[in-house]
Design a protein around this ligand. Structure first.
Ligand SMILES: [Zn+2]
Ligand SMILES: [Zn+2]
Length: 380
């Protein structure tokens, strides 16, 4: 079996046994065993799940990251080896990411003597609930790391294509909750109560003025109310209403401004409508902000490698890879996997032809980045 065939079969093994965020025990065990089998050293970080390994020696240090967790989705795809775990599925392709990183590790290990520094491998758990990157950073994995690279499969991009950009590539992700409390009443006698449903409607409509009236047309932001919960019957005015939703932005100051405007609209409109209000803001991961130098570098190596490269527009999805780039320079890029369905869809499936080239590219990128850093160190 050649390396390409081996990687395809390892990916199928991961795909058949998906594990949810923070529960990647078997996945961690398998990855660790495969790394050890290749003689790759495992670093003794204190992690519940996930594994960090290293190839090469000394400075500079490049980190390559892949996430490894799956989603609570019942698979209904054309995959050769679909999930064997009921209600769990690798619908975001993190099995592909883990396999590509493993493949890169095996290739780098074969050429370890050629490396002019160290490549650290992050097999990161719990990306889907945005907690894994923070766990790894807290454990100290970024110590001595000069540059960090990460990627996501891009289902809409054909195999053989690559995309990245300068600056923000993925959004700030925040969640909000609005709780309204009024006085319930008979629907025939609204004057006896204070109506949370009318207040909720005013608030929802007004929230939609933030992007159109408070944000420049040259910037981008989304405010979406995604859940409303109120009422129990046709002739009762309820005393409570709950709203929930998400805000997506790319700029830190716009993120703050939207939060401020939302809070004001909720409290002042509720006051005007005579109902009580609570506004809760749950901060998710910040935007993934690429370092322009490394974004250009990754695209240059991709072209040399033979990928067709694109300058992609930022996406409104979130990625906890953002936390690494908060501490270190680096880049996040997309690799085409030509999937028929989008991420998080029960029919999601990747084209296996994308695996081996992606592993070769990831290894090449690390090796070339080490050389580049070494040259900079030498000339400094
Ligand atoms: Zn996902
Ligand atoms: Zn993902």
């Amino acid at each position: 079996m050649n390396l390409e065939e081996k990687l395809i079969s390892l990916r199928r093994e991961l795909h058949q046994h998906p594990e949810l965020s923070g529960e990647e025990f078997q996945t961690t065990q398998k990855l660790t065993a495969w790394l050890k089998e290749a003689g790759i050293r495992i670093l003794p970080y204190d992690l519940k799940t996930g594994v960090v390994a290293e190839i090469g020696h000394g400075s500079p240090v490049i980190a390559l990251r892949a996430d490894i967790d799956a989603l609570p989705i019942e698979e209904n795809s054309e995959a050769v080896c679909p999930s064997l775990e009921k209600g769990k599925m690798h619908a975001c392709g993190h099995d592909f990411h883990a396999t590509v990183l493993l493949g890169a590790a095996l290739l780098l290990k074969q050429n370890e003597s050629r490396l002019v520094g160290t490549v650290r491998l992050f097999f990161q758990p719990a990306e889907e609930n945005y907690s894994g990157a923070l766990q790894l950073i807290k454990a100290g994995v970024l110590n001595d790391v000069d540059v960090v690279f990460g990627f996501h499969n891009a289902p809409k991009m054909p195999v053989g294509e690559f995309g990245t950009c300068h600056g923000a590539i993925m959004a700030n992700v925040d969640r909000f909750e609005i709780n309204l409390a009024g006085v319930g009443a008979h629907a025939a006698y609204p004057e006896n109560g204070t109506d949370v449903i009318v207040a909720a409607s005013e608030i929802i409509n007004s929230l939609q003025t933030i992007v159109s009236r408070n944000i420049s047309s040259h910037d981008s932001a989304i405010v979406s109310v995604t859940r409303i919960n109120a009422g129990s019957g046709w002739n009762i005015l309820p005393e409570k209403a709950e709203l929930e939703g998400t805000v997506r932005t790319f700029d830190a100051s716009i993120r703050k401004e939207i939060q401020r405007r939302m809070r004001d609209l909720v409290y002042y409109l509720a006051k005007a409508m005579d109902v009580g209000a609570q506004f809760l803001w749950h901060e998710g991961p910040p935007a993934v902000i690429n370092t322009p130098y490394w974004s250009d570098f990754s695209a240059k190596i991709a072209r040399q490698f033979g990928y067709v490269t694109h300058n992609v527009t930022p996406q409104n999805g979130g990625e906890d890879f953002a936390h690494y780039l908060h501490h270190r320079p680096g880049v996040f890029f997309h690799i085409g996997t030509g999937s028929p369905q989008s991420l998080h869809h029960p029919g999601f499936n990747i084209d296996e032809k994308a695996i081996f080239p992606a592993a070769e590219y990831y290894a090449l990128l690390a090796e070339e980045a080490l050389k580049d850093l070494k040259n900079t160190q030498a000339s400094a």
